[in-house]
Design a protein around this ligand. Structure first.
Ligand code: FRU
Length: 771
């Protein structure tokens, strides 16, 4: 199957662009428990790291120190199907079940900074908060070698760093043995709560010489309170985030702080390792650094500023890279689009060229076809001209011959007529003369038709109109065929109202000939026992008469040609010259009328003539009546026969011929020497041959139905009849026909018209040879 290129092009382009894009995005959700300087630093580190991982997206949410809100945030990350969830749990009790649930559902979850109970998490990044507490205790001893009275301001009660830092600090202080915690309270990691707590504790223990706050914000709050109370204890915090803790140490607001590492970038890498299935340790503990005090705070601040600057540069670089990347992407897209457009253009060009060539080829083919058609038309034209010239020549020739034939014909018909009236004729002689008379009439009519046709063609035929009562005339003409109809057992129905007085102008002689032609055709083609109906109808502007028969009908193919001159329907056994109907049509058209034919093979034919109604003031002149019952009987009727008795001494001769006259004539000519039997069709002939086993069979090659050749073949194949000599009669002297005849088993032939003596001699010889 061929798929047009243009159809698959969109898919190719889609593939092209789809191939240029990587859809894999790793989404990381970070749930911070709070929003403060330390966490802002961490968030900054996370975002900075993310810049280096274009495949990753980050979303950071802050719970603002509310465990309930943090649970909501975590649910959001779960519902949105984040690839990895990172959480710094606000309070261990509240967050442990939620984290466990996430972990157990199979969604990766990382814990950092603060902890939950147990280890139902994918990974944890944390700091040893106990060690921070211990380090703070050790640093305090360094500040106050003797008699340390410490106030401890703790973080949120339920958060693990608060618990662990307190434990480490208290235990280390007890170990060192030079001090004790005189008072402690929760500052909840924030400035205000710590401020209130420091105020109440300092007022109660104004002699306290050390404050350990769990983060810098709370340490600063305590420092402010102490200052306001006129006290100056040593103050230690935790975090060392640059904006608050480091700055407070640098400003000598507090004495020291411990770096609580943020390491946001490591957290991101951990998350990416987990999301991409790379190996990742479950517990990652970050190392601790030593205390930050006035000796190193400035340097750290400076480093931080540089870091900020570097970060900005990185950001700038990143935005430039992004910019370049965007431009590159745009250019790549443009590039692919250009290629696609080019491909499209080529495709269109290709199609256009193809269409152009096809069109050209088509055009050439059409031109060639045109040329051939023109050639054919010219040829046709010249053939037509030749044909019409030939036809004209033929007509001229026929006309001349017809003229020449008229005289001898008259000279034959006169004596034949005279002879037939003689009293002393034997019945056989009478029959022979009857045959001659009939055929002279047929010949004369044919010659007249030919001459009339020629006159018509040359435009020399006039109409002799006279006013007649047409209905009566038609009825009268039809009556003349009655006797013939009875003789042939044909039912002739006349549907004419003979009382119809209406008159119209016609050329009586011509219409009579039209009528004779139509009705005699009907009789010729209608078998005995058939039916012929003549009808007449009048209309305001025309009259119509029709002749319908139940003959064998005309094929659809022939229907269109029957009015053509010389057209013969039955070419095997022609019953006319092919001129009668075309002359009929000519006569009708001379009257301004029309003739139409309807026919169905095997059912019959109806010829309908329409003549316009017109009137002249001319009474019918006396025209010699063309039709009389006798004439019709002579021309169309059978010739009477005189059956003979069988004479045992004579050989038996079977004649097979569908022409009744031919059978009659052969009977008359041969019956003196032979006992004659006759068959009018091939099938009948075969049956009679088998039944009577004659001494000789004479048969006509051309017959409708089973033709003569087939008849001969069957007779020769049948054992009982195969020995009978067969003599064929043929109107055609073509060699091939003779060969065909001999091949079918014929023993001899005689071509028509034959000399009776030759026929008699051939018959005698054949019988003698066979004997
Ligand atoms: C920030 C913070 C820090 C502290 C840490 C303990 O939210 O309070 O100051 O060190 O959390 O988790």
């Amino acid at each position: 199957m061929k798929i047009p290129f243009i159809r698959i092009l969109p898919f190719l382009l889609l593939l092209l662009f789809a191939g240029c894009r990587d859809d894999r995005v790793i989404r990381i959700g970070v749930s911070q428990c709070s929003d403060d300087d330390w966490r802002r630093k961490m968030n900054e580190e996370i975002r900075r790291e993310i810049l280096l991982h274009p495949e990753a997206r980050i979303e950071i949410r802050s719970a603002d120190d509310s465990s309930a809100k943090q649970i909501e945030d975590l649910k959001y990350f779960v519902d949105e199907n984040f690839d990895v969830i990172i959480v710094a749990p606000n309070e261990a009790d509240a967050l442990t079940p939620v984290v466990r649930e996430i972990y157990e559902s199979g969604q990766p979850v990382i814990i950092f900074d603060r902890n939950i109970h147990g280890n139902t998490y994918t990974a944890r990044m944390g700091v040893d908060n106990e060690e921070i507490g211990r380090a703070a205790a050790r640093y305090a001893r360094h500040l106050l070698p003797e008699n340390m009275k410490a106030i401890e301001i703790k973080g949120l009660p339920g958060s693990t760093p608060a618990i662990e830092r307190r434990r480490g600090f208290d235990e280390e202080l007890a170990n060192l043995g030079n001090g004790r915690v005189v008072a402690s309270g929760f500052g909840n990691w924030n400035h205000d709560d710590a401020s209130r707590m420091a105020d109440s504790l300092l007022r109660e223990y104004p002699d306290a010489n050390l404050i350990f706050a769990h983060n810098d914000r709370m340490a600063i709050a305590a420092a402010e309170v102490a200052k306001s109370l006129g006290l100056s204890p040593y103050i230690i915090g935790v975090d060392a985030a640059p904006e608050i803790g480091l700055q407070a140490v640098a400003d000598s607001l507090i004495n020291a702080t411990f770096l609580y590492p943020t390491e946001g970038h490591r957290l991101v890498r951990m998350a990416l390792n987990i999301a991409t299935g790379k190996p990742q340790e479950k517990e990652v503990m970050l190392p601790l650094s030593s205390a930050v005090d006035h000796t190193n705070a400035d340097i750290l601040l400076l480093q931080n500023e540089e870091l900020i600057e570097e970060t900005m540069k990185i950001r700038e670089l990143k935005s430039m890279v992004d910019d370049y990347w965007n431009r590159h992407s745009a250019q790549t897209t443009l590039f692919y689009f250009s290629i696609a457009i080019l491909v499209l253009l080529f495709a269109v060009l290709f199609l256009l060229l193809r269409a152009f060539w096809q069109n050209r080829r088509h055009h050439d083919a059409l031109r060639e076809q045109n040329r051939l058609l023109e050639e054919q038309r010219d040829l046709q034209k010249s053939l037509n001209e030749q044909l019409s010239e030939a036809t004209q020549a033929k007509l001229v020739f026929y006309t001349n011959v017809s003229h020449d034939l008229r005289t001898p014909l008259t000279l034959i018909s006169g004596p034949v007529e005279q002879l037939s009236k003689a009293d002393n004729l034997s019945p056989d002689q009478h029959t022979l003369l009857h045959i001659a008379e009939k055929n002279v009439k047929i010949l004369r009519r044919l010659i007249n038709q030919l001459l009339d046709f020629r006159r018509y063609e040359n435009g020399k035929m006039d109409l002799n109109l006279s006013e007649v009562r047409f209905a009566a005339l038609l009825a009268e003409w039809t009556e003349t065929f009655k006797a013939l109809a009875i003789e042939r057992d044909i039912r002739l129905s006349i549907r004419i109202n003979a009382d119809d007085d209406a008159t119209l102008a016609i050329d009586t002689e011509k219409i009579e000939r039209v009528f004779f032609n139509l009705l005699s055709n009907a009789f010729k083609y209608t078998p005995d026992n058939g039916r012929i109906t003549v009808s007449y109808e009048t209309f305001p502007d025309h009259v119509s008469f029709s002749v319908a028969d139940t003959g064998r009908g005309i094929s659809e193919e022939d229907l269109g040609n029957i009015f053509e001159r010389f057209f013969i329907v039955d070419k095997v056994r022609p019953k006319g010259s092919g001129i009668g109907l075309s002359l009929t049509k000519a006569f009708i058209e001379l009257h301004g009328g029309t003739i139409a034919v309807e026919s169905k093979l095997g059912e019959g034919t109806t010829m309908t003539v329409n003549l316009p109604v017109r009137h002249v003031d001319v009474a019918p002149a006396h025209v010699e009546k063309l039709l009389s019952a006798e004439e019709v009987a002579v021309e169309l009727g059978p010739i009477e026969s005189h059956p003979e008795e069988m004479d045992e001494s004579k050989p038996l001769l079977l004649v097979i011929d569908d022409n009744q006259d031919m059978r009659k004539m052969l009977d008359e000519l041969m019956k003196e020497d032979y006992n004659m039997i006759f068959a009018s069709s091939g099938l009948e002939g075969i049956a009679m041959a088998a039944r009577y086993v004659p001494d000789l069979i004479v048969w006509d090659v051309r017959m409708p139905g089973i033709d003569g050749l087939e008849t001969c073949r069957r007779i020769k194949e049948e054992i009982s009849t195969s020995h009978i000599p067969v003599l064929m009669l043929t109107a055609c002297s073509r060699e091939e026909e003779r060969v065909e005849g001999y091949e079918s088993g014929a023993d001899g032939y005689v071509s028509k018209p034959f000399n009776i003596e030759v026929l008699r001699a051939r018959c005698r010889n054949l019988i003698a040879n066979h004997q």
